[in-house]
Write a protein that binds this ligand. Sequence first.
Ligand code: ATP
Ligand code: ZN
Length: 287
Amino acid sequence: MKQQVLKIAIQKSGRLTEKSLQLLRNCGIDIPAESRKLKASANNFPIELYFLRDDDIPEYVQDGIADLGILGENVLLEKKAAVETVMPLGFAKCKLSLAVPRNEQYEGLDYWEGKKIATTYTNILSNFLKKNKINAEIHSISGSVEIAPGIGLAQGICDIVSTGSTLLSNGLKAVEVVLNSQAVLISNQNLTNEKQQILDKLLFRIRAKQKAATNKYILLNAPDSKIDEICALLPGMKSPSVLPLREKGWSSLHSVVQENQFWEVIDQLKQAGAEGILVLPVEKMIV
Ligand code: ATP
Ligand code: ZN
């Protein structure tokens, strides 16, 4: 029987494209430089890539045209497709926000009562308004949302905001976050066992990479009398390795620390007598 391949839909050309390819390449998957740009097969892993518009990805995954998809949560939630969300991917972070003309006085959500809001995100906005018990009119438009207040189409907008410079040049300011979005991996709800196994392999690699990215390998020298104190600061994966140095009464400690804890720990380590501290990136981490 022919081996099944996992079909992954990614954005054809846009903000998600490079990062999606990078995610797979970081997992050791060899994807040829996109030549035809509709489909591409990996050379050393049973996956096939489909390059699509991000808006089409939820439906294609729902219908099984693709088994997996990578897209922004903003698009996923707006499209309401019946798919599984497998995991957040940590890139393409952006906010879907409400914005008003810059000189408007804005004091809170009550502002929107009876107002007209232009957006391409009608489903997400409608849920947000319902949740906050606000009666506002949603004006659905398909693009250039930020010009709507200027031409009298609406009093405010709901759109993706990154730097705020597009808003600023249209005389708007963001006043409320409706959704914090990032890229997510989605899957069809009825994968065959064989496809699920390929997905599990892929997830194992993605998690090993993600875990490695948030951890650092740390090496330091310390007097033997301080080892217990220093070990308590370095819980590591199991417990730190302690190796004797050539100099009597001294040891070398090796462990792993979380990136976000690491400056704090470094200070405590120095206070406890650690010397020659080295911090190295971790390439892959399997625990
Ligand atoms: P397509 O042609 O595929 O429909 P698009 O114009 O809808 O593309 P892009 O502008 O490439 O989409 O954005 C893709 C996704 O990237 C968005 O849906 C959102 O999740 C995320 N995104 C949008 N703007 C930003 C930003 N400024 N910073 C980071 N991520 C963003
Ligand atoms: Zn799109």
